[in-house]
Design a protein around this ligand. Structure first.
Ligand SMILES: [Fe+2]
Length: 200
């Protein structure tokens, strides 16, 4: 049977950044869940590895576009959370997993997508992924900007208004060094190239 690791490796052929980002968010989210103790770390790991798997079905012209997306392109890109959910439903993953993935772009103040959920309506696993997703995006080098330091990224998260659950954000900031610690055993076991481009 295809493992989550095999599946996410298919992203490597599509878009190396999304692949690397999925691995990073998987590890950060699992470590954060271990620290929180409120949900199963392995379930969180699976959800986080798969959160952007729907990007397999997004046109490369949009996925790898160097400039700013047009509103139409951004709408097409936003479909990836639904496509990720469909991917997982087709493969028999349970409701907790596919719904947590579906809602990973919701924001605590209700301004996110796809459902515009607010506050505690958003599954806790989705909230964990969202924080780790933004942190990794900011601390990774992109073709249009350098990577931020951990401190700059945390300052940005803290300045993001009501986008994140304040309780969860405080814990994330307080245990960031535990979250970004990368166990060598995980790298060896799965044969990933986990070296972050910069800022790690
Ligand atoms: Fe996403």
């Amino acid at each position: 049977m295809e493992t989550p690791f095999d599946a996410v490796k298919s992203l490597k052929r599509k878009d190396i950044y999304t692949y690397q980002h999925s691995i990073n968010v998987g590890i950060y989210s699992k470590n954060f869940a271990l620290f929180l103790g409120s949900c199963d770390p392995e379930t969180v790991f699976t959800c986080a590895l798969f959160h952007d798997i729907g990007k397999l079905f997004i046109n490369n012209r949009i996925l790898k576009k160097k400039g700013r997306l047009t509103p139409e392109e951004f709408d097409a890109m936003k479909l990836h959370s639904c496509l990720s959910m469909e991917y997982l439903m087709k493969r028999g993953y349970n409701k907790e997993i596919y719904l947590s993935v579906y809602h990973h772009h919701e924001k605590y103040d209700g301004t996110g997508y796809p459902a515009g959920l607010k506050g505690d309506q958003i599954p806790l696993i989705s909230q964990i992924i969202s924080l780790c997703d933004c942190f990794d995006a900011m601390t990774s080098k992109r073709h249009y900007r350098n990577a931020m330091s951990h401190k700059e990224a945390l300052d940005n998260l803290k300045a993001s208004g009501g986008q994140f659950n304040p309780w969860l954000l405080d814990i994330f900031v307080s245990c960031i060094n535990d979250i970004v610690y990368l166990p060598a055993s995980l790298i060896r076991k799965n044969g990933f190239n986990n070296s972050k481009p910069t800022g790690f």
